[in-house]
Design a protein around this ligand. Structure first.
Ligand code: GP9
Ligand code: MN
Length: 433
């Protein structure tokens, strides 16, 4: 086992991408607020429906010079969905080939996750705010192993009657009702909000629907309703930012927003074609892959030279990117992603099933597509030589991540200056639960 972890360390160190000096440490010491945008996809950004932007506030953040916004960031989740996204964001390791890492391994896993990393680089306090019950995705156990100080789940909030939808407290209420807890967190803090209202089946009472917004009229009620809860999510974020600005937390924070995975499934995608100005009859597997983009917006109040970034990346890359912005070198940790702002950043994005996308070629269901035109390419010997090289790198990174997690190999490696999490120190209280 100790030789196995050595091999993995050697691999991640070889793949390490050096920080870009222009951005290294620009957010050092700030509070970090992560906003997990449930089921929110990139194609919604800057999109108008019936002449109106679906998400005007998120668009303003996305288009701001104070944000590093990523146009080609792909979700890489497997069956663990939200929990896989969280795992990648917190640890820069992949979810499992089957099932959810949180659910299957999370109770006993040794993590080197962001809450503990920040505890040791700047004495951060950490908390999660979520409108669902603590046990969902085994979060109650996982967060202790990640070193989270506090977990404010549904039991902290009034979720009665129409205050909740299928997955818990509505987002506007989550932001509003959590402020009394957020205000009292010791600064600097690392706070994560996991939203729920924009979750399948995208239902919302009439009184919560935005009357100024008229959605699409496709044959799919899922597609039509999706944009309605997108708008609700957008307005909840806007209200939260209004509070942040009023409280002065805003200028001392970096606010990172990301979509966790698709909201419209492959089987519904043809109903989206008309909305996207495409022909449903030509829809193929590559179109589904292209739709796996999710927004990543790293909003740094005061930043003047941000803007939209075109480089390809995935959820696995978010953690090293954030670490470098905070002036923490990711080199000492076992992380499979690379800093999106680094000149050495790896732009081949692995999907959990072994398919991949990149700025040149997409490899989907054993077919090669041009990333530029979306057309399927003939598998010539020379093309396949290139593809096989990319493919074996993708397979290798996934399998090393799986060994690390499945055999809990971080038990055998503690980086210098890192203290292993002692989960027994954390005892989350669930007041009404
Ligand atoms: C529930 C929420 C949804 O607490 O995070 O998870 P998902 O169904 O998207 O994996
Ligand atoms: Mn989700």
């Amino acid at each position: 086992k100790s030789s196995e972890i050595k091999g993995i360390l050697k691999y991640v160190q070889k793949n390490y991408a050096e920080p870009n000096k222009k951005y290294y440490g620009i957010a050092k010491g700030r509070n970090v607020i992560i906003i997990h945008l449930e089921s929110f996809q990139q194609f919604v950004i800057n999109r108008k429906i019936n002449g109106q932007e679906v998400t005007p506030f998120l668009n303003s953040l996305y288009n701001s010079k104070s944000s590093l916004s990523f146009a080609n960031l792909f979700n890489q989740v497997g069956q663990g969905k939200t929990s896989d996204a969280e795992n990648m964001l917190e640890t820069s390791t992949y979810g499992l080939p089957q099932g959810s890492l949180f659910a299957q391994l999370g109770s006993d896993e040794t993590f080197q996750a962001m809450p503990q990393i920040l505890k040791q680089h700047g004495d951060y306090t950490s908390a999660v705010f979520h409108g669902n019950n603590a046990a969902f995705w085994n979060r109650n156990n996982v967060y202790k192993n990640m070193g989270y100080n506090y977990f404010y789940d549904a039991s902290y909030f009034d979720t009665t009657g129409d205050r909740a939808t299928g997955y818990g407290l509505k987002d506007k209420l989550l932001f509003h009702d959590s402020i009394k807890y957020l205000q009292h967190l010791q600064q600097p803090f690392y706070a994560k909000y996991i939203t729920v209202t924009n979750h399948f089946p995208y239902s919302l009472d009439t009184e919560d629907k935005d009357k100024t917004f008229t959605t699409t009229d496709t044959d799919s009620s899922i597609v039509n309703n999706y944009f309605v809860t997108n708008r609700y999510l957008d307005q909840s974020i806007k209200e939260f930012f209004t509070y942040l600005k009023k409280s002065e937390l805003y200028k001392n924070s970096v606010i990172l927003l990301y979509g966790d995975h698709y909201g419209i499934s492959d089987t519904e995608n043809t109903n989206l074609a008309s909305v996207l100005g495409k022909n449903a009859d030509d829809w193929n597997a590559n179109d589904n892959a292209e739709l796996q983009r999710v927004p990543l917006i790293i909003h740094i109040p005061g930043l003047k030279n941000g803007g939209i970034q075109k480089q390809y990346g995935g959820e696995i890359d978010v953690l090293p990117t954030l670490e470098h912005l905070l002036g923490i070198n990711s080199k000492e940790y076992v992380q499979f992603g690379t800093d999106l702002m680094s000149k050495q950043h790896n732009q081949v994005v692995a999907f959990r099933n072994g398919d991949f996308v990149s700025p040149t070629y997409n490899f989907i269901n054993n077919n090669v597509y041009s990333a530029k035109t979306g057309k399927q390419l003939t598998a010539t010997t020379s093309l396949m030589k290139t593809i096989n090289k990319m493919d074996s790198k993708v397979k290798k990174t996934l399998s090393l991540s799986d060994s690390l997690n499945q055999k809990n190999l971080l038990r055998f490696y503690t980086p210098k200056g890192f203290t292993k999490v002692n989960s027994s120190k954390y005892n989350y209280v669930y007041p009404a639960g």
